[in-house]
Design a protein around this ligand. Structure first.
Ligand SMILES: NC(=O)c1ccc[n+]([C@@H]2O[C@H](COP(=O)([O-])OP(=O)(O)OC[C@H]3O[C@@H](n4cnc5c(N)ncnc54)[C@H](O)[C@@H]3O)[C@@H](O)[C@H]2O)c1
Length: 277
């Protein structure tokens, strides 16, 4: 088996990446295009979406920008229709858009204090946006024999925290959605997986970084440094391509080992000094 040949399977395919005007989505769109996929970028940030489409075209690829909201069904329908009109097919959907700007970040606290509007908007974008993407992409994919869906999520979906109740619940539900789609449509040719990312230095994450939390986070990584969007995009490309053809219904954790160790690991020099390398 040749893994580069397997990612070559993306050549001539058509993909939709949501929330691709910046961050992980942008790098994923560029990376899919570099493997020969034609890419539709759906984002509420029109300038950013067009800039990424231009970036892909400038490097010899083909891209289309759609300005829209993943939480609005007509926008999602239009995105699929325009992709089919322009590229003639749909093979890959990456549900990456996230409601995680400073406004939501500051108001998504605990179950008692989080306003209903923040809960509803978080669920509408992060979860229902992915549901709408799957609902309208799958019938289009089936006309050419199937396709692959990658739902981008967060390790926040696995762990309790004192804040971000809505964000965490939306991510956990995205993993359940992933298994349901893989199960309901797998035999028809649809693979569906999720990527659960830890902290990634995207523009939004950089803007929200708390230095104290960042230090604790670094101490709990099992790799030397923080992730860049490229570290997530490479796993998405693997899952979207034939390189991942036997992987479905899975949530792949890409967090530098943050979730892989005992909670006292960061203080190992105190609790197990004899074992510290
Ligand atoms: N960056 C991190 O540290 C981190 C950590 C865990 C998980 N993730 C996950 O990775 C994914 C991308 O994160 P990121 O940090 O690159 O995000 P980002 O905030 O940098 O980019 C998100 C993009 O989504 C777009 N968007 C927001 N709402 C939208 C909507 N309703 N419709 C269409 N587009 C919309 C934004 O305009 C933006 O371009 C998300 O699913 C997020 O949950 C990121």
């Amino acid at each position: 088996m040749n893994s580069s040949a397997d990612t070559d399977s993306l050549h001539g395919t058509a993909a939709i990446v949501t929330g691709a005007a910046q961050g992980i989505g942008r790098v994923t769109a560029l990376s899919l295009a570099s493997h020969g996929a034609r890419v539709t970028i759906l984002d509420i940030n029109g300038d950013g979406a067009h800039a990424v489409a231009d970036e892909i075209r400038d490097t010899g690829g083909d891209a289309h920008a759609v300005v829209g909201d993943v939480a609005k069904e007509p926008d999602v329908v239009r995105t699929v229709e325009e992709t089919l009109a322009r590229f003639g097919r749909l093979d890959v959907l990456v549900n990456n858009a996230v409601a995680y700007n400073r406004e939501v970040e500051g108001s998504d606290l605990n179950v008692v204090s989080t306003p209903n509007e923040v809960w509803d908007r978080t669920m509408a974008v992060n979860l229902h946006g992915a549901v709408l993407g799957c609902r309208h992409a799958i019938p289009a994919m089936l006309t050419t024999g199937g396709g692959t869906i990658v739902n981008v999520g967060s390790t926040a979906g696995f762990s309790g925290d004192t804040n971000h109740v809505a964000y965490a619940a939306s991510m956990a539900a995205k993993y359940s959605l992933t298994r349901s789609v893989a199960t309901s449509h797998g035999k028809l040719g649809i693979r569906c997986n999720a990527v659960a990312t830890g902290l990634v230095l995207s523009p939004t994450a950089r803007g929200n970084l708390d230095p104290v939390k960042l230090g604790i986070y670094r101490d709990n990584l099992l790799v030397p440094d923080f992730a860049e969007p490229e570290d997530i995009a490479s796993v998405i490309v693997f899952l979207a391509s034939d390189a991942g053809r036997y992987v479905t219904g899975q949530t792949i954790i890409v967090d530098g080992g943050f979730q892989a160790h005992q909670p006292w690991h960061a203080q190992a020099h105190i609790v197990h000094p004899e074992a510290v390398l």
